[in-house]
Design a protein around this ligand. Structure first.
Ligand code: TRP
Length: 446
């Protein structure tokens, strides 16, 4: 059984066009990490977050399309990973509200981004909250919902996001404490800062960033735009034939980010031997083009067929919702947003279940949509699974009974980390792989 699947999740705010620095610093390492065995990766377009920063609908629409196409063209395996738009998963804002209800306002007052706005306003002598929206103020709560919804273990982000991760943990802890009844409803996520990842210098040697206007385009403008940007890289005035030190040169840093160690070593010696900057730039262009060229073609193809991107994102959202929907049902139940009939009984049954040692139980109930579901409680009263909804309660009961005493050890998790418990081709419930042995134990003790 795969207990070691690590769920890694990160969001990309859709308010710009990716440049070469975004590719080498974020997209490429994330895609590489997602291909490692034992990693269950979730990447999503944080388009609700983008609304906080940008009120230009055309730009929002364009950016989410470009970013989706970029990740796909760059080689993201959208079958193996879960790739979706935040706004296609309505359970996320629903959870966000629940989290808002347990988040201390004082915690949000301490958020760096909010404090920076307040400080800037104070310096200007205007109202402290001038221009601050509730979206900006509660940004970390939405981010916590993104992460906690999927019980992510690890969240790779930039340093500027560390505080947001701490807040997500705080909020999760509080929610677990209030509603978990001794059980953790949410995993506490760990921040992951990749020190080894390249921060590319821009044309002028400072960090490549749109705000410095020193970027090299990734796909925009084709090979020509790449070439003309590289031509504008600032170098010193040493002439061809004069030895050049690779260490001090951001042109070399850029080269290194797209070269094998052997290629980089050759380039270093060529510079030391007096390679001219003009030729060096040409060599750099070739290195980048080697990697980016084929992707650019895929990118153009995707941008010409946005319906393909849409299909991929919708499939991703459906996959995400297979986790989010049962999670939300569980959370609604936990906070007391239950159906007035059926579900209440399930809860009433739970306490005695916890005391009647040695016995697990299946409890059936009717959900808000009028369909029937079952919950499996372990001998200690902990809830272990929530079944799929069924229109026919008898069929559901038969299915549930069919699992009593069943050996689940041969079942494998899908890429999303869930194991589907099926009988006769019908799925009774999906459970996270790491809970399979607890489920099996309970099924043996019904
Ligand atoms: N705030 C992140 C950023 O600006 C983007 C983001 C939104 C995110 N939700 C997230 C990152 C959840 C990680 C997890 O970079």
């Amino acid at each position: 059984m795969s207990t070691s699947v690590i769920r890694v999740l990160t969001g990309i705010t859709t308010s710009g066009t990716p440049h070469l620095g975004n590719y080498a610093g974020a997209i490429r390492p994330a895609i590489q990490a997602s291909a490692e065995p034992g990693v269950d990766a979730f990447f999503f377009l944080a388009d609700y977050h983008a609304l906080i920063k940008c009120d230009d609908p055309a730009r929002i629409a364009r950016s989410r399309l470009e970013i989706a196409a970029t990740w796909i063209a760059a080689g993201l395996d959208t079958d193996r990973t879960t790739f979706y738009r935040q706004s296609d998963v309505p359970e996320i804002p629903e959870l966000c509200w629940m989290l808002n209800c347990v988040t201390a306002k004082g915690l949000m007052n301490r958020a760096h981004a909010y404090k920076a706005s307040v400080d800037a306003n104070t310096a200007k002598g205007v109202e402290p909250d001038d221009g601050v929206t509730m979206g900006l103020f509660s940004y970390p709560v939405l981010m916590a919902a993104d992460i906690l919804m999927f019980n992510a273990h690890r969240v790779p982000v930039g340093r500027d996001q560390i505080q947001h991760l701490e807040m997500a943990r705080d909020i999760a802890q509080r929610f677990n404490h209030l509603y978990g009844q001794g059980e953790d409803l949410f995993v506490l996520p760990e921040v992951q800062i990749d020190e080894a990842v390249a921060t590319l210098p821009g044309l002028d040697g400072r960090k490549m960033s749109k705000s410095y206007d020193n970027t090299i385009p990734l796909f925009e403008g084709g090979a020509k735009a790449l070439k003309s940007a590289v031509a504008r890289i600032v170098t010193d005035s040493r002439l061809p034939g004069e030895p050049k030190d690779a260490e001090g040169s951001h042109l070399f840093t850029l080269y290194q980010a797209f070269a094998t160690p052997a290629q980089a070593a050759d380039f270093r010696s060529a510079l030391a031997a007096g390679l001219g900057w003009g030729e060096a730039k040409q060599a750099l262009c070739e290195r980048i083009e080697d990697q980016i060229g084929p992707m650019r073609e895929r990118y153009a193809e995707l941008m010409a067929h946005p319906e393909r991107i849409e299909d991929i994102l919708r499939a991703g959202a459906a996959k995400a919702r297979r986790i989010a929907t049962p999670m939300m049902a569980r959370l609604r139940e936990a906070v007391g947003l239950r159906a007035v009939a059926g579900t209440g009984a399930a809860r009433a049954d739970r306490a005695p279940g916890a005391t009647r040692a040695g016995r697990a139980r299946i409890v059936s109930f009717r959900d808000e949509d009028g369909r029937f579901r079952q919950r499996l409680f372990g001998a200690d009263g902990a809830e272990l699974l929530l079944s799929e909804p069924f229109a026919d309660p008898k069929a559901l009961n038969r299915l549930g009974r069919a699992f009593a005493g069943r050996d689940l050890s041969g079942l494998a998790a899908a890429a999303d980390g869930l194991v589907s418990l099926e009988d006769g081709g019908v799925c009774w419930a999906c459970v996270p792989a790491d809970r399979l042995s607890a489920v099996q134990e309970a099924l043996a003790r019904l």
